[in-house]
Design a protein around this ligand. Structure first.
Ligand code: ZN
Length: 491
């Protein structure tokens, strides 16, 4: 088998691993690099391999950092099958369309800003490279002379991509040729998420590869992950390789405290940037549970993301993945039947803009989770300089993102081309994570140590994956590798 890593090496976005085995060339994931536009645009355009060479894609789950470059792959000539669960296919339908739409809207907005700057006779702000960014900035787009930003792909590319999906159930083998078979297993990370087991018949015998995808943890609403199997070769995520999650109770208490602060102020906003898929439903579930227990006044919650509305519907349609109580709670939220929590979903951009002038108190749950695109940017631009705003961070913030800068306590941030002072309170709630933490990863991997020849760690910043690699070596793994980008291995 030959493996080459083309993303999520020393970072958490852009997952894309190329495998040659059993006479086939397979791509595990085809994710989008997320972060500062200046450093990610060029990286997203370059695959590092020829898309036409790929026979098939196996997609572990729908998150955009795993699926978001599929339409670009198709645009560049890939026309093979994309294997995933039914829920992943349904979520990708919503998410990839949304991704195309966001890219188009952002490009329109930024190009307009640049045009205005030029007309006003000011030089456009040049992207500055900061220490810690993955790459020096490349303004990247096809026509640098005009500094015009083009979307990576359009909705028509997404439509062509969706036609290539082939749905596979967890637990059942399927073949990718006479010498290669694959099986998906429940990963307990988001709706439809899987880890991947692959068996290739080589000259020396059968070789097994196991890829964890994003490996989950016991969460209140989703089924627990299926325990991992050993592979001769394993590829494991390491997002929280050196961190432990606080207990769920602590997180519920912190969320409760943020809600109390909002009610006590009696004005302003609690902004919760959240991935539309998975995290938004988890947050709504936690808020509903909180308000079931809590006495006192009702509170408005606005979910400002058309994708979140669609995703919440998809969640409701895949009842098989959830426990009953959680589903009943989400149904109450979705239908507006919740007693003390008045939840609404915005429909149009105008609805979203109306929220800017809303004096509150109101909770706004909005995508995107790492605050690099989508409607949350406009909410932040309006509210980040107000002491009446609190921003509750409920997801992992990759290096280089606006979300990470807020978590790191920067006093001034750049949003959509303008500088804003940060006067809002920023609270981090790590317990919402859908990833296994250090203990979760160790517990899942260490029992397999004696059966694994090589373990590759991906999908983690180096301050997470390097300590995890050391811990795994001490726990009995013979060979643990932390590959760099485009590195190729014969295993
Ligand atoms: Zn994920």
């Amino acid at each position: 088998m030959e493996l080459a890593f083309h993303g999520a090496t020393g970072g958490t976005t852009g997952s894309c691993h190329l495998l040659r085995a059993g006479g086939r060339t397979i791509l595990l994931e085809c994710g989008l690099f997320q972060g500062r536009r200046a450093s990610t645009y060029g990286r997203n355009l370059r695959f590092g391999f020829e898309p036409r060479e790929i026979d098939a894609v196996i997609l572990s789950h729908a998150h955009i950092d795993h699926s978001g470059r599929l339409p670009l792959l198709v645009q560049r000539g890939f026309d093979g099958p994309i294997y995933a669960t039914a829920a992943t296919r349904d979520l990708c339908d919503a998410m990839l369309r949304d991704s195309a739409n966001i890219q188009l809207k952002d490009a329109e907005f930024l190009n307009r800003q640049r045009l205005l700057e030029r007309v006003r006779g000011r030089r456009p702000q040049r992207a500055r490279w900061r220490r810690g960014d993955d790459d020096p900035p490349s303004l990247g787009p096809s026509n640098p002379a005009k500094r015009e930003i083009l979307p990576l792909y359009l909705e028509e590319d997404v439509r062509a991509t969706l036609k290539l999906f082939r749905v596979r159930e967890c637990g059942a083998w399927f073949t990718l040729g006479p010498r290669l078979r694959v099986r998906l297993h429940d990963a307990g990370h988001i709706l439809g998420s899987t880890w991947v087991e692959l068996e290739s018949t080589e000259r020396a015998g059968v070789r097994r590869l196991v890829f964890t995808g994003d490996y989950g943890r016991a969460q209140p609403i989703l089924r627990d992950p299926t325990p991992l199997a050993a592979g001769d070769v394993m590829i494991a995520e390491s997002t929280y390789g050196a961190r432990s999650h606080p207990p769920t109770d602590d997180t519920d208490a912190q969320l409760g405290a943020a809600v109390e602060r909002l009610l006590q102020r009696g004005r302003g906003k609690l902004l919760i940037p959240a991935f539309a898929v998975g995290r938004t439903q988890h947050v709504l579930h936690a808020l509903e549970a909180l308000f079931e227990r809590r006495r006192g006044p009702a509170l408005r919650v606005v979910v400002d993301s058309p994708l979140a509305k669609r995703a919440t519907e998809i969640v409701a349609a895949h009842a098989e993945c959830f426990d009953e109580e959680a589903l009943a709670r989400l149904a109450r939220v979705q239908s507006g039947a919740s007693k003390r929590l008045h939840v609404s979903f915005t429909e149009t951009v105008d609805d979203s803009k109306m929220l800017n002038r809303d004096e509150g108190p109101v909770i706004i749950v909005s995508a995107s989770g790492m605050m690099e695109s989508g409607r949350i940017l406009h909410h932040l631009a309006w509210s980040v300089s107000s002491p009446d705003t609190e921003i509750a961070i409920v997801g992992y913030q990759a290096r280089g993102t606006l979300g990470r800068r807020l978590v790191d306590g920067e006093k001034e941030v750049n949003i959509l081309g303008h500088r804003y002072a940060v006067r809002a309170r920023v609270t981090t709630l790590n317990g919402f994570s859908a990833h296994a933490d250090r203990e979760g990863l160790m517990n899942a991997l260490v029992p397999l140590a004696s059966q694994v020849e090589t373990l590759f760690l991906v999908h983690g910043d180096n301050d997470q994956r390097l300590p995890l690699a050391r811990a795994l070596r001490s726990a009995g793994f013979v060979r643990v590798e932390c590959p760099v980008n485009a590195a190729t291995w014969n295993v």
